[in-house]
Ligand binder design. Structure first.
Ligand code: GUN
Ligand code: ZN
Length: 441
């Protein structure tokens, strides 16, 4: 058995021995769909998983010459999926402000202005993707800026690394500084050009990205609807009902709508593959409408707490069957780590008397997200046939994690320890399409 190595020939089969954890694609609750193989083997070839099972069953079937990488003592899971993050906000993470709207004006818009420079965009895209890999996030839904070049730079970098990323140029034609404004016409034209260039190129996918209702005229939302209809398999991403002041403002800007979410509904932007960040100030009709339309909520707990936006109501989302995924929302979010995001999601749920299990959070961050994004079987799983995006978690990454995980008595306790105590340090390695893209020193 060899030790893991950086110099892998991706076209040759590679096998990884470790504990394995993933969720099967079944209609069952995630608890029943959970597969935990204590001494497992994951076999990868040509960027895809070919086998996943017990070491004893599979070791005899490997093609001769297959390298077996020994990750015993570690836990392999599918790479995490972060369903809402802003790459241009990398350099302004942890900027203090009294709430969302002043934060946007003081820090966000001036920082996003810098993306008129493609060299700066490329530099940030490189750092951003490195940071995602360090945290074990192999797929993210990414906001770029209003500049088409920001999306171009991001896709070029992601494509060069063969990562499965979803991204889009922000559309905003009002209520923002002139230097960040497009028009209904130019926003639609540039978005269409980018989606034709990148949606389905290699592993890249496009998301129509009206920033949020206040920064789009009705005309721009109408153009967005036309694009959504013309390209039914592209993604859509926006923000909704994040902050009370924002909700008030939106209702003044769009009179005659039942709710903030209803605006997106009337413009044909609620549908499968549409992901709405925050969803804090929804009512039950909105939750039902999200569910019935096939659209998805991206819960951003570190951001909602950092900006004081409010507490996402997990219990209500569960009662109404609203699809929920987890997201960092960097730079409103204060961490790139999906483990830290789980930590905060758990606490937010606890505050409303709801118990969010670690198993459910791992499901939400992997198989659940893939399912809600219409990418089942492609990402978010270790099942044979899937793209080989997986991570190696180290239960002894820190002295405290080591001490706690030495005493865990169930899978739930182990996953819970990772979620509460883990961060980028717990990610020993990250693989994308079978290639090692991060190894912790
Ligand atoms: N609403 C509109 N734009 C943004 C943004 O960049 N971050 C957050 N958290 N909310 C927004
Ligand atoms: Zn956001």
């Amino acid at each position: 058995m060899t030790s893991p190595t950086n110099a892998q020939a991706v076209s040759e089969a590679q096998a990884y021995r470790a504990q394995l954890l993933y969720f099967r694609d079944t209609p069952k609750a995630e608890d029943e769909a959970c597969e935990w193989v204590r001494d497992g083997l994951l076999v990868v070839r040509d960027g895809h998983i070919t086998h996943c099972g017990g070491y004893d069953q599979l070791i005899g079937q490997l093609p001769t010459g297959t390298a077996v990488h020994d990750w015993r003592g570690h836990l392999i899971t599918p790479g995490f999926i972060d369903t809402h993050i802003h790459y241009p906000q990398t350099d302004m993470i942890a900027s203090p402000a009294p709430g969302l709207l002043p934060w946007l004006e003081t820090y966000t818009f001036p920082t996003e202005r810098r993306f008129e420079d493609p060299a700066y965009a490329q530099d940030v895209a490189q750092f951003f993707l490195d940071e995602l890999m360090r945290c074990g996030t192999t797929t993210a839904m990414v906001y770029c800026t209003v500049h088409p070049g920001s999306a171009q730079a991001f896709f070029e970098e992601s494509h060069a690394r063969n990562l499965r990323m979803i991204a889009g140029k922000v559309m905003m034609d009002r209520n923002c500084p002139d230097y960040l404004r497009d028009t209904a016409e130019s926003g639609a034209r540039d978005s269409e050009m980018l989606l034709r260039r990148w949606h389905g190129t290699g592993r890249q996918l496009y998301a129509l990205t009206p920033r949020f209702a206040p920064t789009s005229t009705p005309e721009q939302l109408g153009r967005c609807r036309e694009l959504a209809q013309a390209y039914p398999d592209v993604f859509i991403q926006s923000h909704v009902a994040e902050n009370r002041d924002e909700v008030k403002w939106v209702m003044d800007l769009f009179p005659g709508h039942r709710s903030y979410l209803d605006i997106y509904d009337r413009y044909g932007l609620l549908r499968p593959r549409a992901v709405y960040g925050h969803c804090v100030w929804l009512d039950d009709d909105d939750r039902r409408r999200l569910r019935d339309s096939g659209a998805v909520a991206a819960h951003c707990p570190t951001s909602n707490q950092f900006l004081g936006s409010g507490l996402f109501d997990h219990a209500a989302a569960q009662d109404f069957g609203t699809p929920v995924t987890l997201a960092t929302d960097v730079g409103g979010g204060s961490s790139f780590s999906m483990l830290q995001t789980m930590n905060e999601a758990h606490k937010v749920a606890r505050l409303s008397g709801h118990h969010l299990t670690a198993r459910r959070m791992f499901w939400q961050a992997t198989q659940g997200a893939a399912k809600h994004l219409g990418l089942t079987g492609q990402i978010g799983t270790l099942e044979a046939g899937a793209e080989a995006d997986f991570i190696v978690l180290n239960p002894t990454a820190t002295p405290l994690l080591a001490r706690r995980t030495a005493r865990t008595e169930s899978l739930e306790e182990l996953l819970f320890a990772f979620a509460m105590l883990g961060d980028d340090r717990a990610v020993a390695a990250t693989y994308a399409a079978g290639r090692e893209v991060h190894r912790r020193a």
